[in-house]
Design a protein around this ligand. Structure first.
Ligand SMILES: [Zn+2]
Length: 406
């Protein structure tokens, strides 16, 4: 299994210049080739072969007057960039033909100077040392090994993010190291107020870095919008904003990494509800809170870590009625308004916390539950039981809102 290990690195002023030059060359080769491919499509030709493109836009371009500066950087990242372009096109074609799962893939785009920059070196173009990493025609970059690199990497990508920070990202082949099996399974309900509620009753709040710094971010954005594009002041304001955004992203990533590791360590089966995040992002009111909390990143992390450590990860359909079914006896309640945080099932008289009940149902819907009292094993959560209007008119359930309890 392939994994990425990312470290911060600190190039000297001189190396920063060399890297700028390298990023510029990679960008130029990519953009030249992409423009050519687009032109070829317009006249009805097929996509040219990768080998021909490499010859034309790297080897031969170096011999021309206005591209001879391509010689000043290592050839490896230039070739890698065209391999990446090839891959980007393949993904796009496969997506068009419906041969690729997930969201539709867009065609490759031109690279911009102000965005995140990267260049990839494969073996032969870099060497790992004790406190540094050598990159061809750039030199030895000082690196901080925040954790150990497990094996020799097969490639390394040097990255400069929009806040001007540098990173080295290594690809390594790692063995699947199964964790010792456990008996506990968990269902997770994700929410806005409480980030995650576990079926064992645990509630986890997210640090809300974006909410805390939202005023600051808003001020920086406003400040940036007043500056003239391309001016020195604009650039300074842009970097200030990018730095704050980078910090927020790091805080969130750190929280999600720790939480997902803990959940994977403690449980054999992890069941999550599919939230349709992209559909929710269209709701502008919710979008900020949602992107802040990073549900999507959380799901990706759980999935990857489950695969790495031999755990079972399941996603259940978001149409399962997880919040309005009693997790103890399986009886359906009527429509529960979002403001109702606690309710009592009239069938078995259990008092439910809305989120914990939902988390328990998510675990049951995944086909794994420790508490199957009176449920006769796996419950089939079908929507057929009763029409929604019918259930809501039957006075079977008492609903208590938080105010009523307090
Ligand atoms: Zn009940």
């Amino acid at each position: 299994m392939k994994a990425r290990y990312r470290y911060r690195c600190y190039p000297t002023k001189c190396q920063q210049l060399a890297l700028s030059k390298l990023f510029g060359c990679v960008r130029r080769v990519w953009n030249d080739t992409l423009a050519y491919c687009i032109e070829e499509y317009k006249v009805g030709n097929k996509k040219p072969k990768n080998a021909d493109l490499q010859k034309r836009f790297i080897t031969q371009a170096k011999k021309t007057k206005d591209r001879e500066w391509l010689k000043e950087v290592s050839n490896i990242p230039l070739q890698q960039s065209l391999n990446d372009l090839e891959q980007a096109y393949q993904n796009f074609f496969k997506s068009c033909k419906g041969q690729r799962k997930g969201k539709p893939v867009r065609p490759p785009k031109f690279k911009k100077r102000r965005a995140k920059q990267s260049a990839r070196f494969r073996q032969g173009g870099f060497k790992v040392h004790e406190n540094s990493v050598y990159l061809a025609k750039v030199g030895k970059l000082k690196i901080v090994w925040s954790r150990e690199l497990p094996v020799a990497p097969s490639s390394v990508t040097v990255i400069r993010d929009s806040a001007g920070r540098y990173f080295l990202s290594f690809v390594v082949e790692i063995a699947l190291d199964s964790l010792p099996e456990t008996n506990s399974n968990v269902g997770i309900d994700l929410g806005i107020k409480t980030f995650a509620t576990l079926s064992n009753g645990e509630k986890i709040d997210a640090p809300k870095p974006l909410k805390k710094s939202i005023q600051r971010l808003r001020r920086l954005s406003k400040n940036l919008s007043k500056k003239t594009r391309g001016s020195k002041r604009y650039e300074r304001a842009r970097i200030r904003k990018a730095k704050l955004q980078a910090k927020l992203k790091d805080t969130r990533g750190d929280f999600l990494h720790k939480l997902s590791t803990q959940i994977i360590n403690e449980n054999q089966v992890i069941v999550l509800e599919d939230l349709n995040v992209s559909g929710m992002m269209k709701n502008r009111k919710l979008s900020r809170a949602i992107s802040d909390l990073g549900w999507r990143q959380f799901r990706t992390l759980l999935e990857a870590k489950a695969a790495k450590y031999g755990r079972e990860f399941q996603v259940i359909s978001r149409w399962e009625p997880t919040s309005k079914v009693c997790s103890f006896c399986g009886k359906r309640a009527g429509k529960l308004d979002l403001s109702i945080r606690e309710w009592i099932c009239l069938n078995c008289e259990t008092t439910h916390d809305r989120d914990i009940n939902a988390a328990k149902n998510i675990l049951v819907a995944g086909g794994h539950s420790d508490t199957l009292n009176g449920r006769g094993g796996k419950r089939q959560t079908s929507v057929k039981e009763a029409a929604p209007c019918e259930t809501s008119t039957r006075p079977e359930f008492i609903q208590l809102s938080i105010n009523e309890i307090a």
